[in-house]
Design a protein around this ligand. Structure first.
Ligand code: ZN
Length: 160
């Protein structure tokens, strides 16, 4: 079976940045599953996997435009100390969780300031060229329920 619209694709992957540092990997875990053609994964990767079958191995480079986009400068802003939990230790690189208009968001502390800290709400992988090392472990037809929901159910997917 080939990866195409409405197919569930399973794969192992390692994601590295331009310097070869590993950012994420499925190795050591269950393979990652996604529903092809439903924007479950970034466009550059989905396009590269079109037509792939089990056993397919590939190195895929995805530009920011086909990945997590460029950084939005408006998503970088200063927040005063009193907006953070009192017990929180503010330090560069710390993650802050907040409620955004479309659900929970993660912000990263960029710099500390006199008032508090500068936060970045952009996706941590925004602006990065992504290098995937992919191995497709399986391709199957999605169930009707998965197609209606637009995501994969069962092991490694949604359970509800
Ligand atoms: Zn569902």
């Amino acid at each position: 079976m080939k990866a195409a619209h409405g197919m569930v694709v399973s794969m192992h992957y390692t994601l590295t940045d331009d310097r070869g540092a590993t950012l994420d990997s499925s190795h050591g875990n269950e393979p990652f599953h996604y529903l092809h053609g439903h924007s479950n994964i970034i466009p550059g990767l989905e396009k590269a996997l079109e037509g792939a079958e089990a056993g397919f191995k590939s190195k895929v480079t995805v530009s920011p435009a086909n990945g997590y986009g460029e950084k939005n400068p408006e998503a970088i802003f200063e927040a005063p100390r009193e907006h953070f939990p009192a017990e929180m230790k503010l330090e560069v690189g710390a993650r802050v969780y907040a409620d955004g208009p479309n659900g929970p968001i993660t912000l990263t502390v960029v710099t500390l300031t006199e008032k508090g800290a500068v936060l970045d709400a952009n996706h941590p992988l925004a602006e990065k060229t992504l290098h995937f090392d992919i191995e497709i472990t399986g391709v199957r037809s999605a169930t009707r329920e998965e197609l209606e929901h637009g995501h994969v159910h069962g092991a490694g997917g949604h359970s509800h």
